[in-house]
Structures are given as C-alpha cells and as structure tokens.
Ligand binder design. Structure first.
Ligand code: NAD
Length: 328
C-alpha cells in the first residue's frame, strides 16, 4: 500500500502520541511535526525520529494530510490553513469549539474536495469493533462516562470534553434524528459543567440516558443497549462486549461467538432460553487504527470512518444540550 505523507500539528499531550504511533505505522510516512512551543516540537520530533518544522506552512507544503492536535479553540484556524494548502484533515475531537466553525471547516473541505476524519476514537474501541456486524436497533441506551478530576480539559464543559464521545457513538448506533433533548448539568469545581445528565429521544422511538462526570471517585466507561430480545453491554475501559439474547431453540448463534445458555425465561410453551454470547474484540491500538484508517481513506479515495459531517452532528447535539443546560 502507498503510504500517506502525514504531518502533525500540535504535539502536546495527545499530539506526541499521534507522532509516535504515526512513526511506527507501516501505512504512514511521518514527514514532520510543528508546534508553537519549540521545545515540545523538538522533543516530539526526536522521540519519533522525524523533522521538526519551524514554520507550519513549510510542513503543509510537504504533506498530503495533517493530524491537527492543537487545543479545540485553534482547530478552526489551523484546519482552514491546512485546507488552503490542499491537505486532507485528521481533526481531533470535538471538531471545533462552535457549530459555526465546524460548518465552516466541513464546507471548505467539500469545496476543496478534501477528506476530514474526526478523532472520535471510541469508534475504534475493541468493544465497538466487536459488535460492528451485530444487528442493532436499540430502543433504550444507558451510558456512563466517569473520570477522576484532571484540570486538563476543564476549559470546556464535560459535555464537550467527555460526553461528546457517547453522543457520537449513540448517533452512530441509533442512526435516527434526535427529536427531543432534556438536560441538566452542574459546575461543581470548575467554571463549566463538571457533571451532566442528558435524555435524548430519537425519531425511531429510542431513548438514550447519558451521564458524564469528570469529578468521579473512580473511572467508568460503559454503555448498555436494550433492543427487542436483546441486551448488549459494552465496557470501553475493559474493551469488551457481552450480549444476552432471548432465543428459540433452533436459532443459530452468531458465528465466531461462544454461546452459552444462562437461563430460561417464561412459562410452558412460551419459555425461551437466554443465551450469552461474548464476541471476541480485536486487539488493536485505537489511536493507531484511526490514523491508519485515515491514511487508507486518503490513499484509496474512500469515505473516512468518521467523516466531518458526523463530527459536526455530534457537536450540534452537544450544542443543543448546552443550550438546554443554560436555560434557567
Ligand atoms: P495540549 O495542550 O496537551 O497540546 C496542544 C498543543 O498544541 C500544545 O503543545 C500547544 O503548544 C500546541 N498549539 C497550540 N496552538 C497551536 C497552533 N495554533 N499551532 C500549532 N501548535 C499549537 O492538548 P491535548 O490534550 O493534546 O489536546 C489537543 C486536542 O486533542 C484537543 O482538541 C482535545 O480536545 C483533543 N483530545 C482528544 C482526546 C480523545 O480522546 N480523542 C483526548 C485528549 C485530547
């Protein structure tokens, strides 16, 4: 496969990991890094055996794609500059700090016929990959994303920092427009919400109840999906999926799973087995996989796994939620 010539802009906490994984990838040719902070850029370049650019424009001239890992408030200006140079964009999440800015980026990329992949990394979590081919029609979703306090990321609401991961996943899993939002949030220790709870209703009839907190005593990243005859439990931290199915005796279990009958529910002729299936999650590094999927999309001219439009949709939903929270 041809390699993607990639540059990384912003090599702070996450960008330095992008640089290391891109340097290790067989699908990417890491051309160089740029950061306003020279020392950081030099360290990341040394650690990833790549070139440290003093000028962002010089880097943009040399690459096909860039991974933009600057603070969210800077996504808009850096993304537009990169598009001016004809670069395809891997843009960290959330896509931008406002819906208008995100629309601007998506619009300009369309005009320039460039691809955008947004860094909604949980799409590449083994728990999600494990159920990728499983038939889904969730009618109720319960999501919990709790982390212990870390001042990094506290410049934005927990809705934009953590909940956005679940919003993107739920929009992707439900595939139906949101019709109603009910939300509350509390700024407990920082200026923006540290904890929020949201109830989303979808045109399909599905309801999602989402709780996100960055002031929890212990971390948790779980999602439970309920649909007819099935309960699916996803644990993003443990990277695993569990499926419980009500089934008739002659139902053929999914290939690749090791089903086990765990109980029998119902009475007489109506009694049905509850079958437990544990799909095998692939062993992947989610960040490396998303960068390599971006490389594949550019090199083979494919639709990226998380296109800019979907990053925009997650941000629009987050903006609706924040509006609800702000309402007295
Ligand atoms: P960070 O503050 O550690 O790093 C940002 C870097 O960008 C810094 O080194 C800074 O000097 C540099 N920078 C700032 N403005 C710049 C500009 N205009 N041009 C070039 N360099 C510039 O931040 P971080 O924690 O690495 O977060 C970066 C982005 O990644 C944010 O958008 C954040 O939301 C996102 N993020 C995503 C996840 C995820 O789960 N996908 C996790 C953490 C952060």
């Amino acid at each position: 496969m041809n390699k993607l010539d990639l540059g990384i802009i912003g090599v702070g906490h996450l960008g330095s990991i992008h640089a290391r994984l891109a340097a290790e990838s067989e699908k990417i040719n890491l051309v160089g890094v740029f950061d306003l902070d020279r020392e950081r850029a030099e360290k990341a370049a040394r650690d990833s055996s790549t070139e440290c650019f003093r000028d962002m424009h010089a880097l943009l001239e040399k690459v096909q794609g860039v991974s933009i890992v600057v603070p969210t408030s800077e996504h808009h200006s850096v993304a537009l500059k990169a598009l001016d140079y004809g670069c395809h964009l891997f843009l960290e999440k959330p896509i931008a700090s406002s819906v208008d800015q995100a629309r601007d980026i998506v619009q300009k990329a369309r005009e320039k016929n460039r691809k955008i992949q947004v860094g909604h990394i949980e799409r590449f979590n083994p728990a999600i990959l494990a159920i990728k081919d499983h038939p889904l029609k969730p009618m109720f979703i319960e999501a919990h994303r709790l982390s212990t306090f870390n001042p990094r990321g506290c410049d934005v609401s927990v809705v934009l920092d953590l909940m956005i991961h679940d919003l993107d996943l739920i929009l992707y899993l439900v595939k139906s427009p949101v019709t109603h939002v009910d939300a509350c949030g509390v700024a407990v220790v920082s200026r923006e919400e540290d904890i929020a709870n949201v109830r989303l209703k979808f045109a399909s009839g599905c309801v999602a109840n989402i709780t996100s907190s960055r002031i929890a005593l212990s971390p948790m990243r779980r999602m439970r999906l309920f649909q007819q005859n099935q309960y699916i439990a996803l644990d993003f931290q443990e990277k695993k999926a569990d499926i419980f199915k009500l089934t008739d005796q002659d139902t053929i279990p999914d290939p690749g799973c090791k089903p086990a009958v765990v109980s029998r529910i119902g009475v007489g002729d109506n009694a049905r087995d509850v079958i437990y299936e544990k799909p095998s999650p692939p062993e992947v590094n989610s960040l490396q996989m998303e960068l390599e999927e971006f490389a594949k999309a550019v090199v083979h001219d494919l639709e990226p796994e998380v296109p800019g439009e979907q990053g925009l949709m997650a941000l629009e939903t987050a903006a609706n939620i924040l509006e609800q929270i702000a309402r007295p």
